[in-house]
Design a protein around this ligand. Sequence first.
Ligand SMILES: C[S@@+](CC[C@H](N)C(=O)[O-])C[C@H]1O[C@@H](n2cnc3c(N)ncnc32)[C@H](O)[C@@H]1O
Length: 248
Amino acid sequence: MPAQKSLRFPPGKTLPEELSIAMKRIEAHGVVYPEGYYQTLLEKYTREGVRYPHILMILGQPRINNHFFYSRALKGTGRLLDYGCGTGDNVRQLLRDGFPRERITAFDINRASIDLGFDLYRDKEEINDFFIVSDTFTSGPAEFDMVYSASVFHVIADDEEFNNYLANAWSVLRPGGTLFGSTLGQVGEGASRPHEEWGPPRIMTREQLAGCLTGAGFTLPEIVQRHHVPHYIADNRCVFEFCTKKPA
Ligand SMILES: C[S@@+](CC[C@H](N)C(=O)[O-])C[C@H]1O[C@@H](n2cnc3c(N)ncnc32)[C@H](O)[C@@H]1O
């Protein structure tokens, strides 16, 4: 697929600083970096860009373990797909929490974020086999019991792609399976004004989110509103965590 343009870091945020902070967070997970590694990565990502700067800004801080469905996911017995896995932060958290590795698949249309995760965690050889990268979705029907979708809805600008994404999530789930995840949302009504360079393109209200999910065939979702910390996007933003099922 053609190389995608990198988004810009939001005002006040820079690659050198965010890379350094991300490396410190990941060192806290026990990763050890060789001498000069920061400089090597800085040169690489200055040259290549970071497709989603926000991913670097949160790398090393998985969110799946804070999701209200997470304890139920850990007790689940079936297979889990991280759909739009990015760096794989959440997959690594599942492993740390004892989720069996043979039941995890992570899919993304973009290799760059997965490679950013490998560069920072330095674990490509151990977990490369989880990841599938393809322009087209490759999983067959009813293969999974859970689909996790974190911060993916809000990055998909195109309506047709968004509808395909939801249709794929529905299709790969077994009847009775669960789709859970999160997306940036908007509190209240008011027009949503996405920022062209660093803002996400699809910001939904709670009602719009519920409507998309039920429109794709899922049951009425549980939606929990969380505070959204970075105020550089807009004051009325929040994170919606959601959990819904494919009817049995
Ligand atoms: C903001 S990142 C979030 C990554 C990760 N889920 C996380 O929480 O850190 C959004 C990810 O969705 C992926 N993505 C966008 N459109 C997609 C699609 N149609 N199918 C699968 N992944 C998609 C992007 O490539 C990117 O890795």
